[in-house]
Design a protein around this ligand. Structure first.
Ligand code: HEC
Length: 312
């Protein structure tokens, strides 16, 4: 009788509880399952499935707040959710701000648990700079930039691009925008262990380096978690240079993405070729006094995370 009751209960639970974890799973098993789901969703670029992955990550978090990777993925899932908010313009902007507050909350916990993980400093720093704009608190901007600087010192090949990311919204003349440009050049330098020629940054002669994913080089090239990191990097750097009016550099930098094998199969290939074809026009629009006609940078569009992370 008891046995039958439990069968009925399990059957009920399977239909009613939906995503509830199986009671027999250990917390580690649940965390592993949540992580697998997160990566499945992220690498597919399936933005609309973020809540599904978050439900699983959150269920783990609520049972055990000492699992650093789980807290990190939960926080970063909110960062993705906020970053690509413009995918659905019918939603109020307050939802984006709430997602940033959750990013801050879970990444703060994650950083306490993994104090040496520079990537968490970068993402958390990004969340704080965003908050500073909404809440109009300059102190949060300083806090965010300090975290990103620390990240870029500990893990330059990963962190320097973040400086470009968070300053890309600002006017080109601002110190921060200019620092963002030089950080991106240094990001290239740290990946090739020499200073790339700023006047002719053609990457052909460095492509043989792109198989080495050891240590810091993991964040330089295409790897398991960011299968289109290199194309995405050139794409974004091209945008940063175009906005600054450095047209010839921008063209060379965008063109570097075309050196990646099989780039034609990349989901964002058409966007890349469209960028290459319109550098002059877009630079013109950025340079006039009307900011409303500025074309969106990657960081203001709907694919700023999946650019590097979506497999196909
Ligand atoms: C220019 C390419 C690029 C963009 C754009 C990018 N990432 Fe990444 N991301 C990387 C690289 C490279 C790594 C691997 C570095 C490492 O794990 O050490 C990474 C790692 C990650 C990880 C891995 C953590 C783990 O468990 O290994 C997550 C999660 C992540 N990024 C989320 C995001 C989100 C969210 C965004 C958008 C706000 C984003 N990324 C934008 C390149 C990118």
């Amino acid at each position: 009788m008891l046995r039958r009751l439990s069968v009925v209960l399990i059957a009920l639970c399977l239909t009613a509880c939906g995503v509830e974890p199986e009671p027999t799973q250990t917390i580690e098993e649940q965390a592993a399952e949540a992580k697998t789901l997160f990566w499945e969703v992220f690498n597919a670029g399936a933005y609309e499935r973020i809540p599904e992955a978050q439900t699983k990550l959150l269920a783990v978090y609520e049972q055990d707040q000492t699992l650093g990777e789980n807290a990190m993925l939960l926080g970063v899932s909110y960062y993705w959710y906020a970053a690509e908010w413009r995918r659905d313009l019918s939603r109020p902007n307050s939802g984006q701000y709430e997602a940033i507050l959750n990013t801050d909350k879970y990444l703060t916990v994650a950083l306490e648990l993994r104090p040496n993980d520079a990537r968490i400093m970068c993402w958390l720093g990004g969340a704080k700079t965003f908050r500073s704009q909404v809440e109009r608190k300059p102190a949060l901007m300083d806090e965010g930039l300090a975290l990103i600087d620390k990240c870029a010192t500990l893990y330059p090949s990963f962190g320097l691009i973040l400086k470009g990311f968070v300053s890309s919204f600002l006017p080109v003349q601002s110190d921060l925008y200019q620092e963002g440009i030089s950080a991106m050049w240094r990001n290239v330098d740290v990946c090739i262990d020499k200073e790339i020629d700023r006047t002719n940054p053609d990457f052909t002669s460095y492509m043989h380096l792109t198989n080495n994913l050891s240590g810091q080089y993991l964040a330089c090239w295409n790897g398991p978690t960011a299968p289109h990191n290199l194309e995405g990097f050139w794409f974004f750097m091209g945008d940063v240079l175009t906005k600054a009016g450095h047209k010839e550099q921008a063209k060379a930098i965008y063109n570097n993405a075309l050196l990646v094998p099989d780039v034609q199969k990349w989901v964002f290939y058409d966007k890349l070729t469209a960028r290459i074809a319109t550098v002059d026009q877009r630079a013109e629009l950025y340079s006039d006094s009307d900011m409303k006609n500025d074309p969106p940078m990657v960081t203001q569009d709907t694919f700023q995370c999946v650019l590097c992370h979506q497999k196909q």
